[in-house]
Each structure stands twice: as structure tokens, then as C-alpha cells.
Design a protein. Structure first.
Length: 84
């Protein structure tokens, strides 16, 4: 019997909520409506910035395929409210 998946995923030294199936990137948005799109494995580039994150699925040629609804608060070091 396989083990139950944890509600988080560790990427480097950072814990993130488990991405939905198929998610490849993170959309980061600050309070001043500035946006950045980074791959999940490069989430360490967001350290030091405060805002919200959403998961995205990008297809070939970096075209947006799907935007997932869940939104999480990022405090510059970790996701707030994530139980580890």
C-alpha cells in the first residue's frame, strides 16, 4: 500500500503547498500589481519579496494552458499558514 502524500512539497530548502497535478510554474504578484512567472524548481528566486502565489500550467513554447484557483500568501521566506 503506497503512503499518503503530504500536503506540502519541499523544493530546495523551501516548503510549498503541494502543486496541483500538471502545474509547472508559479505566478507571483505583489501588492503593487507587479508580476513574475517562475518555474516551481526556481522558487528560491522569490526570497525577499512579499506577495501572493498561484500555480500555472504552461504548455509548449511557454503558452498558458491552465491557471489554478488556489492562492497562497508568500511572506518573503515561506508560505503563510502552511502546516509542516
Amino acid at each position: 500500500m503506497p503512503f499518503k502524500k503530504k500536503p506540502y512539497k519541499k523544493v530546495g530548502d523551501i516548503y510549498l503547498p503541494r502543486p496541483p497535478v500538471g502545474a509547472t510554474h508559479i505566478l507571483f504578484e505583489t501588492s503593487s500589481n507587479k508580476k513574475a512567472m517562475v518555474s516551481i524548481k526556481n522558487v528560491d528566486t522569490l526570497l525577499g519579496s512579499v506577495g501572493t502565489i498561484k500555480y500555472l500550467k504552461l504548455g509548449n513554447k511557454n503558452k498558458l494552458v491552465k491557471r489554478f484557483d488556489e492562492e497562497y500568501n508568500w511572506n518573503g521566506e515561506k508560505v503563510e499558514g502552511l502546516n509542516i
